[in-house]
Write a protein that binds this ligand. Sequence first.
Ligand code: CAA
Ligand code: NAD
Length: 287
Amino acid sequence: MATASEIAAVGVIGAGQMGSGIAQLAAAAGCAVLLLDADSAALSRAVASISASLRRLAAKGQLSQASCEDSIKRIRCVSTVQDLRDADLVIEAIVENEDVKKKLFVELDKITKPSAILASNTSSISITRLASATKRPSQVIGMHFFNPPPIMKLIEIIRGADTSDEVCAAVKSFSERLGKSVICSQDYPGFIVNRILMPMINEAFWALYTGVATKEDIDTGMKLGTNHPMGPLQLADFIGLDVCLSVLRVLHNGLGDNKYSPCPLLVQYVDAGRLGKKRGLGVYPYA
Ligand code: CAA
Ligand code: NAD
């Protein structure tokens, strides 16, 4: 197994909001990045947003023009899981659905080299259960980035029931190599941050649903009253309402307490395809 400094090739699966930011970070840290998505349009959007993000950082003097262009060159878009066979570390950032993720882990286990570490950026799903889909559970780990990955300073590492100390240490050092602070969580629904964040977002939906206040006043209340950078409804749109709903369902099913039951308004927005900023409409419209 590669140590953190020996991780040279990183596979990133899912080129959406999170996967594109994760690919950017790994490339900026000097790794060769193989970026895979089931949707070729998502790959094109990811390359454009990574280039814009890196150039924004270069314009602010946070990285040199040369390393900006070199980082962009280190990212190769690929179209099959087989293309990831030489990766030292694979970070999965596809849809928040346990069955779909498990299927991918089965495939990854078959094609990646025996020493490769398989990480998931899941927001809530059990790492132990994803690991159980593979024959290398000691090398499966949660590596939870925050949105937007290039800006947010944290990575939450989740240790599955069988994750080895060696793998935890390698992923912790690799996260530090990406410039992030690390926290470690045991493998329980929602881990640390979403266990606490999502009930707040859900409560904001209940406040809106039951007519406590307008969406604007709920968000302004939490922004100015508690110094959050975004109000909870705006943040839900930013994260993706589909992701918020999936996490709440994992919390509700996994912890068995009705306090996690998703607000019907959130469910209805997702049913209507109002997934948030990424789709141009969520709680708010986006141009
Ligand atoms: N790449 C590079 N730079 C970026 C960027 C990106 N993708 N996104 C934003 N920036 C930079 C901007 O250039 C700007 O830089 P300057 O201040 O130097 O000009 C800075 O970040 C702030 O951006 P903006 O001015 O555009 O907007 P803002 O001040 O409103 O900040 C924000 C945007 C950083 C997203 C801020 O609103 C924020 O922190 N929001 C809360 C985000 C949050 O809580 N994320 C976690 C969600 S939970 C999660 O991720 C876990 C889960 O599983 C669901
Ligand atoms: P997204 O919808 O922006 O992107 C997901 C991408 O995965 C899409 O481009 C889709 O085409 C691709 N995809 C889906 N199934 C695939 C498959 N089987 N093979 C290859 N590609 C596939 O989603 P996102 O917001 O980037 O979230 C991705 C993951 O990261 C989820 O597990 C989510 O819970 C987690 N996460 C999200 C946030 C957030 O704020 N959005 C924060 C931390 C973690």
